[in-house]
Design a protein around this ligand. Sequence first.
Ligand code: AMP
Length: 288
Amino acid sequence: MRIILLGPPGSGKGTQAQLLVRRYGIIQLSTGEMLRAAVAAGTPVGLKAKEIMASGGLVPDDVVVGIISDRIDQPDAKNGFILDGFPRTVPQAEALDELLKRKHLKLDAVIELRVNESALLSRVETRVAQMRERGEEVRLDDTPEVLTKRLASYRSQTEPLIHYYSERRKLSTIDGMMAIDEVTRAIHRQLLALGAVEPKTHARSAAKSGPAKKTKTAKKSAKKSPKAGKKTTRAAKTVKKSVKKAGKGAKKATTKTVKMAAQRTAKKAVKKGAKKAAKKVTKKRAKR
Ligand code: AMP
């Protein structure tokens, strides 16, 4: 199986890639990791990439394409791989298509992890603060300032890949804001639906993390639903009762109003009658 994980920095690609590696026995190819190793080893590629990486920019396409092409040829990549952080530009995606074609390999899926950018920034801020508190070394490009730049380069250079792969019917989008295990389950379900993994893998791993199992929330809501149904019926009854009451009230009110109006008219009539009678009496007296 060969898949690409697509998503902005901090979206959880690395975490998901590691979980998928354990589940399917394939390898993770992270260009970021490879470049960091090259920087640490002081290789020519590392020397080229060091500054660019520290500033949050992108390393030239030919450099990363070369690294990936060599890595795919290694025996441990035979079973398949998860590309994490590659491709990051349309030319890289085109180069990957070419490269896979040449090697007679098929790409099974591109999984996009969609996340909320402001949530990403606060996540990174918290993580960096915690690491500093523990006295751990913070990655040079993992600061909120550099992350803002990396997000901008994701938007302008990497996001067009969403269109690229959706046009080629390879794209599956998953809500990356869910809990880690829920994201893993969603990815697994997607891969099953695409036929990229065997249902067997599903059964084996189901014992461990249980993608087919109902989540606690699902179970809770399933349990809740009959009650919820009862609640709805009860509510409906209450509504019916109040409608009836309201009807009666309205009837009462109408009758009352009509009665009062009739009384008023009667009183007026009595007054009018009395006035007329009084007038007649005065006229008669005047005649006399
Ligand atoms: P990552 O660990 O994937 O976030 O990558 C860390 C840094 O490595 C990025 O900010 C880039 O500077 C560089 N990098 C990683 N992958 C690529 C790529 N596919 N194309 C260009 N630069 C990359």
